[in-house]
Design a protein around this ligand. Structure first.
Ligand code: ADP
Ligand code: MG
Length: 255
């Protein structure tokens, strides 16, 4: 069963056709990479799926329901989560409080319960932090965390919402190559355990080829290829797009 089925999705900004008639599916439990040069339309696709942008036309079927044009909060409630977005309050709370807040929100509990109940969901939150390797930092103020550690806490927060599909637009932006590999390896392990489907973008081709179950390629708003790593690597249209920007996969793969 496919989790998400995108059909002829289009979005223009003035005269710029950011996404043109894009169609693809994400199968249940799949780890799907979307790649393409800057400006290809990747973020626009993500933002239509998560509800930040309404498509001009096309369908986004999530578990057979068309979610195109729904609000972000409705889409999130249906089970589509996303990383990595730090809430405005993130830096004012401890690490574990941030995860507790996500659990409280997911449970639909109201905010006023929070204040007298510092223990609310604490054990569950600590367990999630353990899973992302951040248990020891639980009671630290979030603002003191290193960049890569913030990403791990954000992952725990995303998992607190128990998504069935997780959207990650450039989750490793700003990270060193080794950290990128570690974060994506961690994400993959945790989502496979839970049967969560993932759509992600990533600039490092090393990471994409190492972890993606399948790869789709956008160029100038159009989907130009959809296949396994080996098929994508050998696809002449894909090579043209990357040679056209002066970069081969080998060149892109190095930091
Ligand atoms: P990618 O994420 O693949 O780099 P984007 O989806 O961000 O690409 O952008 C696709 C195209 O749409 C680009 O030409 C970009 O300049 C344009 N674009 C994206 N968002 C907006 C916007 N809010 N207003 C105008 N143009 C936009
Ligand atoms: Mg982008």
């Amino acid at each position: 069963m496919s989790d998400l089925s995108i059909r002829a999705l289009s979005k223009a900004f003035g005269g710029v056709h950011a996404v043109r008639e894009v169609s693809f599916v994400i199968e249940r439990g799949e780890f799907l990479a979307m790649i393409g040069p800057n400006g290809a339309g990747k973020s626009t696709c993500f933002n239509m799926i998560n509800g930040q942008l309404a498509p001009d036309s096309g369908e986004i079927l999530f578990e057979n329901r068309n979610i195109a044009g729904l609000r972000p909060r409705e889409i999130w409630r249906l089970g589509i989560g996303r990383t990595f977005q730090v809430a405005a309050t993130f830096h004012s709370m401890t690490v574990v409080e941030n995860v507790q807040m996500a659990l409280i929100s997911h449970a639909g509990e109201t905010y006023h319960l929070w204040r007298p109940a510092a223990e609310l969901h604490r054990a569950h939150a600590l367990d999630l932090l353990q899973q992302v390797g951040m248990r020891d930092a639980a009671d630290k103020p979030s603002r003191v965390l290193a960049y890569g550690d913030v990403k791990r806490v954000e992952l725990a927060i995303a998992l607190a919402n128990e998504p069935r599909l997780l959207l990650m637009d450039e989750p490793t932006a700003g990270m060193a190559p080794r950290e990128r590999n570690e974060l994506i390896a961690l994400v993959k392990r945790l989502v496979v355990e839970r049967g969560i489907s993932v759509l992600f973008t990533e600039h490092s081709m090393d990471v994409v080829f190492a972890f993606a179950d399948r790869i789709i390629v956008l160029a100038r708003g159009r989907l130009i290829a959809d296949g396994t790593a080996a098929a994508i690597r050998d696809n002449p249209k894909v090579q043209e797009v990357y040679f056209g920007t002066g970069k081969t996969f080998a060149a892109k793969a190095s930091p």
